[in-house]
Every structure is written in C-alpha cells, then in structure tokens.
Design a binder for this molecule. Structure first.
Ligand SMILES: [Zn+2]
Length: 79
C-alpha cells in the first residue's frame, strides 16, 4: 500500500483545475504520494508499493520534513 494524500478544493483552484494522471494507470487523480511527489490514484495505492514508484520528485519535500519546514497545508490523507 502506498500512502496517498488528497488535494483540497483550495489547492485545485490554485492549480486551475489541472489534474495529473496516476503514474501507474494514467487515470486523472487528485491524490499524491507525498515523499516522492507523484500522482497515484487510490486504486493503485491499494495494490502497489512505494518501491514500485520509479521517479522521485520529492527531494525538496523530504528535506523540508527533515528540517521541520514542511507544510502539508490542507491536504488530507486519502487511504
Ligand atoms: Zn492508478
């Protein structure tokens, strides 16, 4: 299982309704794996593992988590 967080309505507005596609199944999704900063839908999150994620865009996020400056804003845990 991959832990995923869901974008809030406010964030969706900020990105003007842009929807990214799940990296596994190409379905447009509002949920994200935080530590690698990849869009992962809830269905795939259920059956995949974090180690299945090939690309890593989360260097900054993990750095912020380490030094305590990470702000999750109003993302909510989706699974
Ligand atoms: Zn998917």
């Amino acid at each position: 299982m991959i832990p995923v967080w869901k974008e809030s309505t406010r964030l969706q507005k900020e990105f003007r309704g842009l929807i990214e596609k799940c990296i596994f199944c190409d379905t447009p999704t509002r949920t994200w794996h935080e530590n690698t900063n990849n869009p992962v839908c809830v269905k795939c999150a259920k059956v995949k593992k974090v180690s299945d994620i090939k690309e890593d865009w989360g260097k900054l996020i993990r750095k912020q988590k380490r030094n305590g400056t990470f702000d999750r804003e109003d993302l909510v845990r989706a699974n």
